[in-house]
Design a protein around this ligand. Sequence first.
Ligand code: CO
Length: 292
Amino acid sequence: MLHSAPPASAARVIRTVQGMPTSDGAGVKLRRVIGTPQLPDLDPFLMLDEFGTDRAEDYIAGFPEHPHRGFETVTYMLDGRMRHRDNHGNEGLLVPGAVQWMTAGRGVVHSEMPEQEEGRMRGFQLWVNLPARLKMSEPGYQEFPPERIPVAHPADGVSVKVIAGSVVDADGSAVTGPIVQPATEPLYFDVGMAPGRTWSLSLPEGHNAFVFVFEGALSVGEGDDARPLATRTLGVLGGGERVILASGDAAARAILVAGRPLREPVAKYGPFVMNTKEELMQAFVDYQEGRF
Ligand code: CO
């Protein structure tokens, strides 16, 4: 019998999580998917909120002034318009398809308010941790309108908005997203699949990764290991770098997110994410004394 080198092993869904209804800001209704007792974090990801509603009363109160220190907030709008303003004089309008990757660093005080009084508001906010050496760095933004997010077509019936990281297109060229963050080398893909399609891709070795399905359903994995993910289900991936996604009888859409784990102690309270309790207490003092 001949033995050949084993192919890169296929990732499996090692656990699934459903979002938990909650509210944040001044009463915005959302579903928290990472950052719950069920899934407190997935290093380097600290939180994932999905917001999606047609009812203005669910979002109209917005997120008035609040601080952040020690990590990054990533807002990806699918529908609706949100205006942000911060205490460093930055301001911008997020429209459908826009991405804001905010590095809070040593401190940002900002508001995120809906710029509409009716209609659908839908999107995600992901919190990505920063390593100790960057927690007190200068705040900064990477913000892109939808036309700056490239779309790859890596397989028939598969289109991928590449926010961060690279996708190998059908012709072999790399389609690279505009977000740059060497600290965690994140991948953030918005994957749309027509019915009955399959896409296989490789993740960087050692990254933590998840798939969150937000329209239709997908199966993730190979052969007997493939596991279905229904709408609004997050699958944590493990056991391999090769990810195989397949749609069923209906079209499906999901975000696929991956990042290099930091493996550092996390001291977290509300909008502050540091390494030690002392740094957390210092964050409160600095915020109260207006040093953000
Ligand atoms: Co915020």
